[in-house]
Design a protein around this ligand. Structure first.
Ligand code: CTP
Length: 132
């Protein structure tokens, strides 16, 4: 493959899709040519103690409609990232900076970038507002 072609990967739950999600996907795609999103499955969210409003298939449908997203793969476990990076020949791994330092071991196989979170919005906050 053309060596200037860059594949980017990011992971997340993307529940109650919001502007912060759109922004990280836009900036991730800007870093390369092809963006893969590892979307946390409902079973993995249970492992992470993350309560989701929308099931995997619904979150996937929303992500599929985002122009920055080229491919969606299920994220089933904490340990799959190095395998995905190898399998999809990933050049850049991106996460929001709430994860800063958490995935530094991946620098052995690709560039790791933590992008600043968009201020003032998060799924947890939206859930709290809905619950009120
Ligand atoms: N993200 C971001 N800016 C925000 C919210 C999220 O850049 N305001 C990024 C996260 O850093 C992560 C990705 O979006 O890389 C997916 O985050 P996710 O956990 O699904 O969304 P959050 O809104 O952070 O959900 P929660 O509040 O449940 O953690």
């Amino acid at each position: 493959m053309n060596s200037s072609f860059k594949t980017v990967i990011t992971y997340g739950t993307f529940d109650l899709f919001h502007y912060g999600h759109l922004e990280i996907l836009r900036r991730a795609k800007e870093l390369g040519d092809y963006l893969i999103v590892g979307l946390s499955t409902d079973a993995f969210n249970r492992i992470k103690n993350k309560k989701c409003i929308f099931a995997y298939e619904k979150r996937e449908e929303i992500l599929k409609s985002i122009k920055y997203v080229d491919k969606i793969i299920p994220e089933n476990s904490w340990s799959q990232k190095p395998f995905d990076i190898k399998k999809f020949d990933v050049d850049i791994f991106v996460m929001g900076d709430d994860w800063r330092g958490k995935f530094d071991e991946l620098t052995d196989s690709c560039d790791v970038q933590y992008l600043p979170r968009t201020k003032g919005v998060s799924t947890s906050e939206l859930k709290q507002i809905i619950d009120k």
